[in-house]
Design a protein around this ligand. Structure first.
Ligand code: AMP
Length: 614
C-alpha cells in the first residue's frame, strides 16, 4: 500500500520560545477537540484565534496536493469535497469494517475493510488509505501545535479522554494516535470521570459518592453511573446511543418546518434549525427569514418536537441505573456534559428523572477537557489527595487444555491490577508453550474473544508436569494488558502487550455478557466434561508409563487388567458422560493403587540397596 508524504498544514509552525514542558488535558471529541491547562490553580480551556468554541474542530481535509488540513479550515470543505473531508473519525477508532457497515451510509466518505492483520477499518481518500489512528493523530498534532503557539511552551505529555464504553482496543488506538502525534500519553481517562473531576468531585472527600454523568453532544449520547470512594472512581455502568444528539434535534425542527412549509430541499434549513434551537435555550420564541421564507418556532412547539428524543435518553438512564446495582435515591449528583444539555427542557427532564442536584455551572462543552487538565495536574504531582481508578469490563484469561477459558482477571476488577497463576506442561519433553489470551465470560474460549497469543520457547526438556510456568497479567489504568510467561526452573521468559485482532462494539460487549448468563448452565456442564476428559487423559498417560516401567515384575494378569481398565477409560473419554468418565477413572485408580504402592516399595528398597553398595 503506497503511503503519501503527509504535510500537516497548521497556522504557525515556528518553534515556541520556551522549551519547558507541561502536561495538558485533551478532550478528543467526535466533533470538536479541546486542550485545557491549569493556570493559577484553575483549569482553563485554550481558545483558538478564529474564535471557534473548541480549539480545533475534529475534521481533516486532504487537498488535491495531499496536504492535510485540520480544523476550522477543513470544515469549509465538508460540503464542497465530502469524499476528501473526514469528520467523526472518533467513531471509527478500534472498529472493524463489519462493525461500521450499517452506518456507512451516514458517512460522507468511503470506508473499507482493512487488509492488515488487525482487520480494522480504513478510510479511503482518492487512492490513499488511512487508519483511524492516523486520522486522530492529525487532529492531535494540530491541537499540539495550536496549543504550543498559545502558551509559548512545548507540549510533550498529555492526558486524553475517551468515552467510558471504549474497550481496550479503542483505548490503545487513542494512545497510539497520541504517540504518532509526538505526545506521550500519560493516561487515558474516562470522559465522565473527567467531568466529575472538573466539578471537584473526589477532591478532599472520603465518604462514598454516586454520580450520574449525562452527556448529550452533537451526535452521541452517553449516561454513566460512577461511584467514588477514597479517591477511587469506578464506572458502575454506562449506556447510550452513539447516533443520538443535537443533530437529531436539528433534524426534528427541519422536519417540522418542512411539514408546514413544504420545502423543495429541507436540508438547507439545518443551520437555521440549529440557530432556532440555540435561541430557544434563552428565549420563548424564534423567528427569522430564510430565502424569503418566514421561519418561526416557539418553545412549547420545540419541546413537543424533542420529547421523543429526550424520552430515548431517559430510557437509557433507567437502564444505566438498573445495571449499576444502586438505587436512584443513592445518587448524590448528576453532571451535565455536551452542548445539547443547555436546552432547559432537557435540564429539567434530567433533574426530574434523577431527583438530585443537577451540576451545570461549568460550560458543558469544556467540562471534560477541564477534568483532563486536572488529571494531568494530579499526574504532575501537584495534587496528592486523589487517585483515579476504573474497572475492566470483561474478564481476561488464557486458554487451557481442552479449549477451556481460565480467567486470570475477572470482570469488574479495579485497574491497575496484576494477577498470576502457575501452569505446567502436559507432554514429556515439551519445549514450547502457546499462550492464547482471551476476553469474555464464557467457559469455552471458542465463545470468547481472542486478544492475542505468543509462544514461550526453549523450555528445557522435562517430564510433563515438572516445569513451573508462571503466567502474569498486568492490566494498566488504561486497560492495556501485558502478559508475561516465565518458566521458573530455567528462567526462560517471554511477554507481549495485547493488540486485539478485532474491534469490539459496545453492543457486542453487552451481547457477550448477556450470553454468558443465558449459557451459564450449559457452559458449566461442558466445562465439567472437558475437565473430566483432561484429567482422564493424564491418568491414561500415567498408567501407560507405569505399565512400561514395571513390566518385569507385573504379572500377565495384572498387565492385561490394567490395559483393560485403560482401554475402557479411553472409550469413555471419547463417548462417555462426565460421570461415566469419573466412575471409570475411579475404578482404574482403585485397581492400580496397590500396584503403585508395591512399585514405590520396590523403588525405595532399590534405592537403599544402591546406597549400601556405595
Ligand atoms: P458538543 O458535541 O458537546 O460540542 O455539542 C454540540 C451540540 O450542542 C450541537 O448539536 C449544538 O447545536 C448543541 N448546542 C450548543 N449550544 C446549544 C444551546 N444553547 N442550546 C441547544 N443546543 C446547543
Amino acid at each position: 500500500m503506497a503511503k503519501i508524504p503527509i504535510n500537516i498544514k497548521t497556522g504557525n509552525t515556528e518553534q515556541p520560545e520556551s522549551q519547558s514542558s507541561i502536561i495538558v488535558g485533551i478532550d478528543l471529541g467526535t466533533t470538536n477537540s479541546l486542550v485545557s491547562i491549569i493556570k493559577d490553580g484553575e483549569a482553563i480551556v485554550l481558545k483558538s484565534s478564529s474564535g471557534h468554541k473548541g480549539l480545533v474542530p475534529s475534521i481533516i481535509h486532504f487537498d488535491d496536493n495531499n496536504t492535510v488540513i485540520v480544523g476550522t479550515q477543513a470544515k469549509g470543505f465538508l460540503d464542497s469535497k465530502p469524499d476528501q473531508t473526514i469528520y467523526s473519525s472518533k467513531r471509527l477508532m478500534g472498529k472493524s469494517y463489519k462493525d461500521l457497515a450499517a452506518k456507512e451510509a451516514v458517512l460522507g466518505y468511503t470506508i473499507i475493510e482493512g487488509q492488515q492483520e488487525d482487520s480494522l477499518v480504513r478510510v479511503k481518500v482518492k487512492d490513499q488509505y488511512f487508519s483511524p489512528i492516523e486520522l486522530s493523530s492529525y487532529i492531535l498534532s494540530n491541537l499540539k501545535v495550536e496549543a504550543e503557539n498559545i502558551i509559548g511552551q512545548t507540549i510533550e505529555k498529555a492526558v486524553i479522554t475517551v468515552p467510558a464504553y471504549f474497550n481496550d482496543v479503542q483505548r490503545q488506538a487513542t494512545r497510539d494516535a497520541g504517540k504518532l502525534a509526538g505526545l506521550e500519553v500519560l493516561r487515558i481517562v474516562n470522559e465522565p470521570t473527567a467531568a466529575s473531576l472538573a466539578y471537584g468531585v473526589g477532591i478532599d472527600q472520603t465518604e462514598e459518592q454516586h454520580i450520574a454523568v449525562y452527556d448529550l453532544g452533537g451526535g452521541t449520547f452517553d449516561i454513566s453511573i460512577l461511584s467514588l470512594q477514597d479517591g477511587i472512581f469506578e464506572v458502575l455502568s454506562t449506556h447510550g446511543d452513539t447516533f443520538l444528539g443535537g443533530d437529531d434535534i436539528d433534524k426534528a425542527i427541519v422536519n417540522h418546518w418542512n411539514q408546514t412549509l413544504k420545502l423543495p430541499d429541507p436540508s438547507v434549513l439545518r443551520l437555521a434549525a440549529e440557530e432556532a434551537k440555540i435561541a430557544l435555550s434563552t428565549q420563548a420564541t424564534f423567528s427569522t427569514t430564510y430565502h424569503d421564507l418566514s421561519l418561526k418556532l416557539d418553545v412549547q412547539t420545540f419541546n413537543a418536537l424533542i420529547k421523543d428524543i429526550v424520552q430515548k435518553t431517559m430510557t437509557a438512564c433507567a437502564q444505566a441505573i438498573s445495571d449499576s446495582g444502586i438505587d436512584k435515591e443513592a445518587l448524590d449528583k448528576v453532571i451535565l456534559v455536551g452542548g445539547s444539555t443547555r436546552i432547559p427542557y432537557i435540564k429539567k427532564a434530567v433533574g426530574d428523572f434523577f431527583q438530585t442536584e443537577v451540576y451545570d455551572k461549568i460550560n458543558p462543552d469544556e467540562v471534560v477537557a477541564k477534568g483532563a487538565a486536572i488529571q494531568a495536574d494530579i499526574l504532575a504531582g501537584n495534587r496528592k489527595d486523589i487517585l483515579l481508578l476504573d474497572v475492566t469490563p470483561l474478564s481476561l484469561g488464557i486458554e487451557t487444555v481442552g479449549g477451556l477459558m481460565d480467567t486470570i482477571i475477572p470482570r469488574n476488577t479495579k485497574v491497575p491490577h496484576r494477577a498470576g497463576r502457575q501452569y505446567t506442561t502436559s507432554v514429556d519433553g515439551q519445549k514450547h508453550l502457546k499462550v492464547s489470551i482471551f476476553q469474555g465470560e464464557r467457559d469455552l474460549i471458542k465463545d470468547n474473544r481472542k486478544l492475542g497469543e505468543f509462544i514461550l520457547q526453549n523450555i528445557p526438556p522435562m517430564p510433563a508436569g515438572i516445569p513451573k510456568i508462571d503466567i502474569h497479567f498486568i492490566l494498566d489504568t488504561d486497560g492495556i494488558l501485558t502478559v508475561k510467561a516465565k518458566e521458573l526452573r530455567s528462567n526462560t521468559e517471554t511477554q507481549i502487550q495485547v493488540h486485539s485482532q478485532y474491534g469490539i462494539s459496545e453492543e457486542e460487549m453487552g451481547k457477550m455478557l448477556v450470553e454468558s448468563l443465558s449459557f451459564a448452565k450449559d457452559d458449566m456442564q461442558k466445562r465439567a466434561l472437558i475437565e473430566a476428559q483432561t484429567e482422564a487423559k493424564s491418568v491414561i498417560l500415567a498408567s501407560e508409563k507405569f505399565i512400561a516401567q514395571n513390566k518385569e515384575w507385573l504379572s500377565k494378569e495384572q498387565q492385561s487388567s490394567l490395559i483393560n481398565h485403560v482401554q475402557h477409560l479411553e472409550e469413555k473419554v471419547r463417548n462417555g458422560s462426565k460421570d461415566e468418565i469419573l466412575n471409570t477413572m475411579d475404578k482404574l485408580n482403585e485397581y492400580s493403587r496397590p500396584l503403585a504402592e508395591i512399585a514405590l516399595d520396590k523403588n525405595v528398597s532399590k534405592h537403599l540397596k544402591n546406597q549400601q553398595l556405595d
